[in-house]
Ligand binder design. Sequence first.
Ligand code: SAM
Length: 211
Amino acid sequence: MNFKKNRKSKKWLKNHFKDFYIKKVQKNINKFRSKSWFKLEEINKIYKIFKNDDMTVIDLGSSPGGWSSFAASKIGNNGKIIACDILPMNPIKKVNFYQGDICNSITLNKIFQILKKTKVQIIMSDMAPNISGIKEIDIPRVIHLNKITLKLCCSLLEHNGSFLVKTFQSKELVKYYNKVNSLFKEIKISKPNASRSQSCEIYIVAKKYKN
Ligand SMILES: C[S@@+](CC[C@H](N)C(=O)[O-])C[C@H]1O[C@@H](n2cnc3c(N)ncnc32)[C@H](O)[C@@H]1O
């Protein structure tokens, strides 16, 4: 038995249950779905990406549904969300969920098919690969997901649309950040309070797509 590993996972579990946001989620799981709900709420409070204006939004890495649930409450009565994740997700009103891997062309085609050539106002991704703990493996994996998300902008994001993507702090990020910067008029890095300070996750918030 690996006692060291066991001790570590016990510590992780203790921290997890102590987490203020996790407690909030547990009290109202139907509304919040996950801690990510609070991250998006905080990002939106500062950068105001959602408008009560019948928006169409793409949500990648959507399960268990925190972001979709938050977005659904902000996009107007006739707004809609196209959500996708490898894992299943329980239904949410206004959300058209497709279970699939975004790296697979079948999944991408499905998203195009659902949208029927209409453009969207926001593309957001909270996707994260399975973390191995080895930087040299995890960073390229997350950047790969980030690149696929950015590529979608060119065919699906409306002029002046917004882009939100989770990524990991790293040297390799500079090139990706510069690419996003060249495509949008405004760009910011966000580290919401709901994101653990020990975690290297950060969010790129970009607005006003130049198209
Ligand atoms: C941090 S969780 C997302 C939490 C979610 N945004 C919420 O608000 O509840 C990251 C998600 O990314 C998904 N994911 C990772 N790689 C993916 C891929 N290639 N295609 C689709 N989803 C992926 C995982 O299955 C996982 O559910």
